[in-house]
Design a protein around this ligand. Structure first.
Ligand SMILES: [Mg+2]
Length: 265
């Protein structure tokens, strides 16, 4: 495979997808430009592969790898069929060995039906069914005291499972972040210059791990303080949110890097 001029890693919600409508139309022209320039776009999201595969196809991204379930796993060409024992199967099995009182305080997606997942996530039920098709991690609600949660997390840690609190969900996995997955994917492409885009604190590690980071404006959360690299332009911010900001940030950066300047848009 020839080394592309750059490799892009992009968050979805609030970054390439509009925060409210999930629309990505304002990024359509830039996505076409990147395809012409041979620049792969690796989607990196908390979503499952089942949720991400239709988006990747609609965006015309081909069969680039995707970083799924917040970095708990990487998926290649297709949604894998779960013939072997997945990380998810092992997570669920391990939960069965936790002290029953503690275990009872954790309501994982695997303990919920699609209607319940829809209620706790706000996703329409068809989307909730896709979100339930997990392979690498188990998000859930904690229904107990903080001290019990600490005991639960410690018991999981002793069995090799990491637990991360983010937003409303306590998510269990065997570790790995979006940033952890970048180097191995870049290596598959011959380690080209990397560009990462995200809109939230949980994307900052990815932005810092890339050669260039674009922080897409997020009017829905508290401002992110100045970041290392902003003074030099290695990290930049957009003025517009969502896919319009995504396009704005890449337009400026690709121009500064002299990538694909010759193409008339
Ligand atoms: Mg986001």
């Amino acid at each position: 495979m020839t080394r592309p001029p750059a490799l892009i890693f992009s968050d979805l919600d609030g970054t390439l997808l509009d925060h409210d409508s999930y629309d990505w139309a304002p990024a359509r022209v830039m996505l076409a430009r990147l395809a012409r320039a041979g620049i792969p776009v690796v989607l990196a999201s908390s979503k499952t592969a089942a949720e991400m595969v239709p988006l990747r196809a609609a965006m015309g991204l081909g069969t680039v790898p995707m970083i799924c379930e917040n970095g708990a796993g990487v998926v290649g060409d297709a949604v894998p069929d779960d013939d072997g024992l997945t990380d998810y199967d092992q997570l669920r099995a391990t939960l069965g060995r936790i002290d029953r009182a503690l275990r009872g305080r954790f309501e994982g997606f695997g303990d919920m039906d699609p209607a319940r997942i829809s209620a706790v996530t706000g996703l329409p039920e068809p989307d909730a069914r896709l979100a339930a098709q997990r392979r690498f991690s188990e998000p859930g609600l904690w229904h107990g005291a903080a001290a019990e949660q600490e005991a639960f997390v410690a018991a999981l840690r002793a069995m090799g499972i990491a637990a991360r609190m983010g937003g409303r969900f306590l998510t269990l996995s065997f570790g790995g972040t979006k940033a952890d997955r970048m180097a191995s994917i870049a290596a598959r492409y011959g380690t080209p210059p990397t560009i990462a885009l995200g809109d939230a604190p949980n994307d900052l590690e990815m932005l810092q791990s890339a050669d260039f980071g674009i922080l897409v404006a997020n009017p829905h959360s508290p401002p992110i303080p100045p970041l290392p690299g902003e003074d030099t332009g290695r990290i930049r911010r957009t003025s517009r949110p969502g896919p319009a900001g995504w396009t704005e940030g890449l337009t400026g950066l690709l121009s500064d890097l002299g990538i694909d300047d010759s193409h008339d848009l």
